[in-house]
Write a protein that binds this ligand. Structure first.
Ligand SMILES: C[S@@+](CC[C@H](N)C(=O)[O-])C[C@H]1O[C@@H](n2cnc3c(N)ncnc32)[C@H](O)[C@@H]1O
Length: 287
């Protein structure tokens, strides 16, 4: 079989097995291409249509073994490969943290936050940093900012440390154990936060793959707003006067409106929709 044929075969097998996507890829074809390229030690940006030479017997077995592991255990592929990519940047990942996929990565890459930053902006905070992906992307996008990265999970922070070192950002990112903003220090020009926001009903409907991720990283209470309530209350004292909070809420816009009916927010458009990432100014939070 050639890699192209293997990808086709894996795509069909993944579909037949009914695996869930959304933790790095969104469909069977992309998941199959990732699986085959990784198993064959080929770069993930390889043009798969050019892969038409037959693989060896050993390579074939390696691909099938990974495919079986994926379909039999329902572990997300990122946990099986130990790597995830976000906006072209590679991150170490394991079961101690959420698999990086935040839509905030997109708004950083598109420069959507830039109009709210100043040349003299100095400090950013990645609240709920998990494996540190957003802290790393903020540090890479804004070379003048120092980034604090907070999370309540020591396990997740151990992964963040690996990723901070992987990108040589030890001097630019400070990771710290913190329940909410309790260990935040001083004021920030920019706070990004992809919090646990999955509501209780959605939590009980989660596909098997998502149960491999730490529940602490997903569960946001009955209406998904449990963590966000405390965050929005406490955030202003940690923001500069022109500071902004960029918050991911996924599909929870209705619950958000119910919880904060008169809050003035700016929607930052993403490939997943226009109401999943919000920008909130300090002034809006105070009024
Ligand atoms: C949705 S994950 C986001 C991880 C990472 N920022 C990303 O986008 O991949 C939410 C994170 O919030 C952390 N968390 C949950 N409750 C927290 C709390 N009270 N204080 C600080 N972090 C918390 C979890 O440990 C988890 O790492």
């Amino acid at each position: 079989m050639t890699p192209v044929e293997l990808i086709h075969h894996c795509s069909q097998a993944l579909t037949q097995a009914g695996v869930a996507y959304g933790q790095g890829t969104l469909n069977a074809e992309d998941e199959a291409a990732w699986l085959v390229l990784w198993a064959l030690k080929l770069p993930l940006d390889t043009d798969t249509s050019t892969l038409n030479s037959p693989v060896s017997e050993a390579e074939y077995e390696t691909v099938l073994a990974l495919l079986r592991k994926r379909t039999d255990t329902r572990q997300p592929l990122a946990y099986l490969t130990g790597e995830a990519w976000l906006q072209g940047v590679s991150f170490h990942v394991d079961e101690r943290c959420l698999i990086p996929r935040s839509l905030i990565a997109e708004v950083i890459a598109h420069g959507s936050i830039d109009p709210w930053l100043h040349p003299d902006s100095q400090r950013a905070l990645d609240m709920c940093t998990g494996g540190g992906s957003l802290a790393v992307l903020v540090a890479l996008a804004y070379p003048t900012l120092h980034v604090d990265a907070l999370d309540i999970s020591a396990d997740a922070l151990a992964v963040a440390d690996i990723n901070i070192e992987r990108h040589g950002l030890q001097d630019r990112i400070t990771a710290c154990l913190s329940d909410g903003l309790m260990q935040a220090k001083g004021v920030y020009d920019l706070i990004v936060c992809n919090p646990p926001y999955v509501n209780a009903q959605s939590m009980s409907d989660l596909p098997n793959e998502f149960l491999h991720e730490p529940a602490l990283a997903l569960a946001g209470g009955n209406d998904g707003m449990a963590f966000i309530q405390g965050l929005l209350k406490a955030a202003p004292q940690y923001m500069t006067n022109d500071g902004v909070l960029v918050l991911e809420i996924g599909h929870e816009i209705d619950h958000f409106h119910t919880a904060f009916p008169s809050l003035d927010v700016t929607y930052l458009s993403t490939s997943a929709g226009d109401e999943q990432v919000l920008l909130i100014t300090k002034q809006a939070l105070l009024s």
